[in-house]
Design a protein around this ligand. Structure first.
Ligand SMILES: [Zn+2]
Ligand SMILES: [Zn+2]
Length: 282
């Protein structure tokens, strides 16, 4: 077999594979769905099967206009639109300092496993796929203030060294590219490390996040409308703490965007009238 023939064969085989796989990216994921393990029947740009993608529970209207929490359809809404108990006017001080928060989907098992791929394997095609969805949410929701800059929630330097990358930054980069906005990755910093225990109660989360973030010395966000990006909205404590740091550095408003949102197990969506009893900062 001549070298020339081998080279020609390799080129032909590669192009056939590319066609079959629907793009170069899919060649990296030729086998099984990385979430459920079933064989991938049709090649996608990301290593997930159609069933797993379909199992993502999108967060849809009605939702709290401020924090994005899903609400029960038909609940009584105030004149300013739907609000959960924590975000109703008159709650003083307001629970959250951001102007609004939105999430792509409920943090269910499939999304948890997908985010784990992003978090532990820096899977950039996945960040791009989520980035597209998040950018579309910004474009289509008139209640989200038009952003002028995108900022990822930072990791503590020790955690960043350990992991080698920040998954929120991968997402923020993908969103910024799609919205054609500047990205500021070294503008916020986490100064206080997260407590070592794996699971934190709501109260501990708020305690751990309080004062944990600050704008890097010399960074100003004067008059900017910041789009703050993270992977998961758990209690909102992290997004709240980052917002306070951004406002201290001059930001005019802050909209927070996450891929996943923890919705209390068992309770499902809450009505605007009820609200979750133990939710938020205490
Ligand atoms: Zn699957
Ligand atoms: Zn709310």
């Amino acid at each position: 077999m001549s070298k020339l023939w081998l080279a020609r064969w390799a080129i032909a085989a590669t192009s056939v594979l590319r066609e079959a796989a629907g793009g170069v990216v899919a060649l990296a994921f030729p086998d099984d769905c990385r979430v459920c393990g079933r064989p991938l029947e049709e090649p996608l740009r990301i290593p997930l099967c159609v069933a797993c993608l379909a199992s993502f529970q999108r967060i849809r209207e009605p939702l709290c206009g401020v924090c994005g929490r899903p609400l029960v359809a038909g609940a009584h809404f105030s004149a300013i639109g739907p609000r959960c108990r924590l975000c109703r006017p008159g709650e003083s001080p307001g629970t959250y300092s951001f102007d609004c928060a939105r999430s792509y989907a409920v943090y269910n098992e499939a999304l948890l496993r997908t985010i784990a791929l992003l978090k532990h394997q820096a899977m950039r095609p996945l960040a791009g796929w989520f980035g597209e969805r998040l950018a579309e949410m910004v474009r289509s929701d008139p209640r989200i203030p038009a952003p002028t800059v995108v900022v990822p929630v930072p990791l503590h330097p020790d955690r960043l060294r350990e992991r080698g990358f920040n998954q929120a930054e991968l997402l923020a980069r993908a969103v910024a590219r799609r919205l054609d906005l500047p990205l500021k990755t070294r503008a916020l910093e986490r100064r206080k490390p997260r407590p070592p225990q794996r699971r934190l109660s709501r109260h501990e989360r708020w305690q751990a996040a309080r004062g944990a973030y600050a704008a890097v010395t010399g960074t100003q966000f004067d008059n900017h409308t910041v789009l703050l990006v993270d992977d998961v909205f758990t209690t909102g404590a992290t997004l709240d703490a980052c917002t306070r740091a951004l406002r201290a550095a001059g930001a005019a408003s802050v909209a927070a965007l996450t891929v996943a949102r923890v919705v209390d197990a068992g309770s499902g969506p809450v009505s605007a009238a009820q609200g979750p009893g133990d939710f938020g900062r205490r």
